[in-house]
Design a protein around this ligand. Structure first.
Ligand code: ATP
Ligand code: MG
Length: 259
């Protein structure tokens, strides 16, 4: 089941450095939320706090509250491994496991998370996930070939298949198309559109057209100056953000006058 995320007064640190400050937002279930903003304003940092990946960096910490359907992700009773299963992540560069087959790449997360899978169950998960990632037809005859043998766009869809194989409720994507050609980018955007019926999706992108095409809501992050923490300037429905933003700096960024 897709879930909403409520973020209240979040500050994010790397040691003494405050990278992100004072974020409040509600990320809606079964919708796509895009984060935009200039390099270094903390988009990736903030995204990683949504599945507790930030805290694996030595000295890194988070203040404030991030609740998924009411449950505080940072509550001491919550297991971070379970959080990362519920909140999947796809990175900028496709990162299939190089020595693993396509088949085993899809199951890599399941094998980390659970006991041994029975073969028919494993086959089902592989097919369902590859179909979900719109890759099945291209790879069904070569499931035992290495994942690294796929094109960049196929590798990225393989990584999406791997992320959805564990049946997450939320999918985080950090610039998932930045290494892809326009055709693969269009395939991923179509896929994002299909997936939002079932998942809550958050995507970081530097491509304004992409944010406008794929997202329902958009958050614009910015920095007051180099070395200052990033902050959320504006969070609004994408249509409004791209036609009539509340903030002048949002308008300037979207229209390409800075950033
Ligand atoms: N592992 C880290 N240790 C220390 N500082 C970091 C670390 N990762 C990021 N930072 C700093 O945190 C700030 C925000 O970085 P972040 O990568 O979140 O920005 P971003 O908005 O994703 O940028 P880009 O658009 O270039 O990907 C930057 O000042 C960056 O140098
Ligand atoms: Mg980034």
């Amino acid at each position: 089941m897709a879930k909403s995320i409520d973020v209240s007064d979040v500050n994010i640190y790397y040691g003494d450095f405050k990278a992100v400050e004072g974020v409040n937002m509600t990320i809606r279930a079964r919708a796509v939320t895009a984060f935009i903003g200039p390099s270094g304003c903390g988009k990736s940092t903030f995204l990683r706090t949504l599945n507790r990946m930030h805290e694996v960096i030595p000295g890194a910490r988070v203040e404030g509250k991030i609740a998924v359907s009411g449950q505080d992700l940072y509550d001491s009773a919550v297991d971070p491994v379970e959080v990362r299963r519920m909140v999947g992540m796809v990175f900028q560069r496709p990162n299939p496991f190089p020595t693993m087959s396509i088949y085993d790449n899809v199951l890599a997360g399941n094998r980390l998370n659970s006991r041994k899978l029975k073969r028919p169950d494993a086959d089902d998960i592989v097919e369902r996930s590859l179909r979900g990632a719109n890759l099945w037809n291209e790879v069904k005859d070569r499931l035992n070939k290495p994942g690294m043998g796929l094109s960049g766009g196929q590798q990225q869809r393989l990584c999406i298949a791997r992320a959805i194989a564990v049946e997450p409720q939320i999918l985080l994507m950090d610039e998932p198309c930045s290494a892809l050609d326009p055709i693969s980018t269009a395939a991923i955007e179509d896929l994002i559109h299909d997936l939002k019926d079932r998942y809550t999706i958050v995507i970081v992108t530097h491509n304004m057209q992409q944010a406008a095409r794929v997202s329902d809501d958009t958050g614009f992050f910015n920095l007051k100056a180099a070395g200052q923490p990033g902050h959320l300037v504006e969070f609004n429905p994408t249509k409004k953000m791209f036609t009539n933003p509340d903030n002048e700096s949002t308008e300037a960024y979207i229209s390409g006058r800075f950033g």
